[in-house]
Design a protein around this ligand. Structure first.
Ligand code: C6P
Length: 416
């Protein structure tokens, strides 16, 4: 099986050894070898990440920033080493711009409940897009309602791309914030965020990029993008769950009010007045998610070792193979059929409910996601209840896609 994979992939990409680094890929599901195509929901973890978690709890377990004993110092050093790794990973200017959160959702909410709550006045406008995840819709709805601001939406065309002319028409002097995803989780479309940022800045608006689906696949350079905020989750880039990052430009973070109050985020507390800590700790109240923060570093190291360009080449090959094969199925429609995509193919099949397909694929050990993918407005735009979504990662193979195709063809026959 693996020989064909090696031929199908490019020279130098050692898929066999990559797969060996992910222990879960050895397991069987319902008697079949696991085929994991739900990577956009969460990626699998390499042994080095699992080892880092075990190592912390076995040898270094201590609270960070508080103790002067050896364990506390070791834990703090490892915890802070991740911040430097993240800084380089996204090319931030300084480590103070890297805020630890629980994930993309919390990162976006942090900006909504601090920057937006402070800066949106009645009649101001926030622009999002028609292909956002609920995490980049609901926080803005809440704050717009509270501050009497207006939420506007960039429409999406039939191929799952943003209508950029419409975006320009939506921009006005009242636009205070533009919040869009870098890559759509439901379709894999890569959005022209650099252009969006330039145009928004020309109107004086601040821009937040939801990088939940891009951080694993695209080169992220926040200085080159010139975004004001960039949010992403560790668990989608080979790291643990419960850990995420908010990047923010230092000058913005400095002027923002605090998010949560408690230990660590303070400089001095009296009953009369509390003063706040420096960046990034000002936004990190309470004992943080130490183990998961520490284990994000080996995930980043792993991605850097394989190289994003190599990962992308491999995933592009998988995406092209899957898209070609899927289109051979009668009545199958790819949702978001365009040329600027990474790693995701989403589809519907005439006369068949996505969930039924999901169950039959799972019976063969194949994990895909079905449903609205937390992007209900996008599903409404396409007038569908949901899609079947296969999302690929650096350890997937063309053989696995062929297994999915076999199971899919069988499922369609049964269900029609
Ligand atoms: N998308 C998916 O299966 P959290 O849950 O906070 O780590 O990430 C939220 C989120 C925000 N934006 C985008 C573009 C996302 O894709 C996600 C998570 C998963 O598509 C789970 S719903």
């Amino acid at each position: 099986m693996m020989n064909t994979t090696i031929e199908a992939t490019f020279k130098g990409y050692d898929i066999e050894s990559i797969r060996k680094d992910f222990p879960i890929l050895n397991r069987k599901v319902k008697g079949y070898p696991l085929v994991y195509f739900d990577n956009a929901a969460t990626s699998q973890k390499p042994q080095s990440v699992i080892d880092a978690l075990v190592h912390y709890y076995s040898y270094n377990n201590a609270n960070v920033h508080r103790g002067i004993h050896s364990l506390a110092e070791e834990a703090t050093a490892d915890f802070e080493a991740t911040r430097d790794a993240v800084k380089s990973f996204i090319n931030a200017q300084s480590r103070e711009e890297i805020i630890y959160t629980r994930g993309t959702t919390e990162s976006i909410n942090l900006v909504a409940y601090t920057w937006a709550k402070q800066n949106l006045a009645e009649g101001d406008e926030v622009i999002i897009s028609g292909m956002e995840h609920h995490s980049n819709i609901v926080p803005w709805q809440i704050i717009c309602e509270q501050n009497k601001a207006r939420l506007k939406v960039i429409p999406v065309n039939i191929n799952g791309e943003l209508l950029m002319d419409e975006f320009e028409n939506l921009l006005s002097d009242r636009t205070k914030l533009v919040a869009v995803n870098h890559v759509s989780n439901a379709m894999g479309t890569v959005n022209p965020v650099k252009t969006i940022i330039q145009k928004a800045h020309a109107k004086g608006a601040v821009v937040l990029i939801d990088g939940a689906q891009s951080a694993m696949h695209l080169d992220i350079d926040v200085q080159d993008l010139d975004c004001d905020f960039f949010a992403f989750s560790s668990h989608k880039l080979l790291g643990p769950t419960g850990m995420g990052i908010l990047y923010g430009k230092k000058e913005l973070l400095q002027t923002m009010p605090v998010f949560a109050g408690g230990g660590e985020m303070i400089r001095e507390v009296t009953f009369e007045k509390t003063t706040y800590n420096d960046l990034p700790y000002k936004f990190e109240a309470g004992t943080p998610n130490i183990a998961d923060a520490i284990a994000l570093k080996p995930a980043i190291d792993y991605i850097n070792k394989i190289g994003k360009e190599n990962i992308r080449r491999h995933e592009d090959m998988l995406l092209a193979h899957a898209t070609k094969k899927l289109k051979e199925i009668e009545g199958l429609k790819v949702i978001g059929d365009n040329d600027h995509k990474v790693s995701v193919v989403s589809f519907v099949i005439e006369g068949v409910h996505p969930q039924d397909i999901g169950v039959l694929l799972d019976n063969r050990g194949i994990a895909v996601r079905t449903g609205h993918h937390c992007a209900e407005p996008l599903m409404n735009h396409f007038c569908i209840p949901g899609t079947i979504r296969a999302s690929f990662a650096l350890y997937n193979t063309t053989e696995e896609i062929d297994l999915m195709m076999e199971a899919l063809n069988r499922a369609v026959k049964v269900l029609r």
